[in-house]
Design a protein around this ligand. Structure first.
Ligand SMILES: [Zn+2]
Ligand SMILES: [Zn+2]
Length: 253
């Protein structure tokens, strides 16, 4: 087999003049060596300089891929699904001019390196990733507002009541707040998740959080007008609501 007919996938190894089983260290070393050799600034003769510049371009292109173990593995065709009996050259579905060896392992469509997304189960196209996320984030448009409203109402009633009850126990109340705060937050998160049919949304935790904080503040102000007692002005309520919010928020995601 002549040099010309060698498979296209070896071209970068030829550009660096190195064996296909070379280690990463050998590749890096060879790249440094060639870079010094072909540095156009070091060459006086104009024709030789033009040749060196062209050569340098190939070397840089080759090293950008072979110098990076992940990109090299893709280039070598290692983690790819390549149909072994399929002699036709693949072209990226999004970039018809880009040859590739890579296929999305979900839909099988050819994708170039720019279009590939690495996942724990292999390379996938962006469209399949998007689809997966849409299955995961299945919230309806109204769910954000339901989460906000439920978070608001429950916190507006719960936070001042908890503050008043626990405040009456003095130091003992502080200990109860410390123990019960996270539990109350988990309960609140479960109530909100149930109210939106356990669907998930990208913005949903944020809306719920806004509802909860708004509920704590406005509920406390209303409570002040009714009873003359502002429950947020004591460390017990602050501790309780702080722990509850810190426990609720991660569970809403
Ligand atoms: Zn796909
Ligand atoms: Zn592409």
């Amino acid at each position: 087999m002549s040099e010309q007919a060698a498979p296209k996938s070896k071209e970068h190894y030829r550009a660096l003049d190195i064996a296909e089983d070379a280690s990463q260290e050998e590749i890096a070393h060879q790249y440094e060596r060639l870079k010094k050799l072909y540095q156009p600034e070091n060459i006086g003769d104009a024709d030789a300089r033009a040749y060196a510049a062209q050569k340098m371009g190939q070397i840089e292109e080759a090293y950008a891929i072979l110098g990076d173990p992940a990109r090299r593995a893709i280039y070598d065709g290692k983690p790819l699904i390549v149909a072994p009996d399929d002699p036709e050259v693949l072209y990226c579905a999004n970039h018809p001019d880009t040859e590739t060896l890579l296929r999305c392992n979900k839909c099988g469509k050819p994708i170039c390196m720019k279009c590939a997304v690495q996942t724990p189960v292999g390379y996938r196209c962006k469209e399949c990733i998007q689809q997966q996320q849409n299955v995961y984030f299945n919230a309806l448009g109204s769910d954000n507002f339901i989460a906000l409203a439920v978070g608001f109402v429950v916190s507006a009633i719960g936070a001042p009541l908890a503050g008043m009850l626990l405040g009456g126990f003095g130091f003992f109340g502080l200990i109860i707040a410390f123990i019960a705060g996270s539990g109350a937050g988990s309960l609140l998160a479960q109530i909100i998740r149930r109210s939106v049919g356990r669907r998930r949304g990208r913005q949903l935790p944020l809306f719920a959080l806004l509802g909860i904080i708004g509920g704590v503040l406005i509920g406390s102000v209303v409570f002040l007008f009714i009873t003359g007692y502002f429950p947020l002005f004591n460390i017990t309520t602050l501790l309780f609501t702080g722990l509850a919010i810190a426990a609720a928020y991660p569970q809403l995601r």
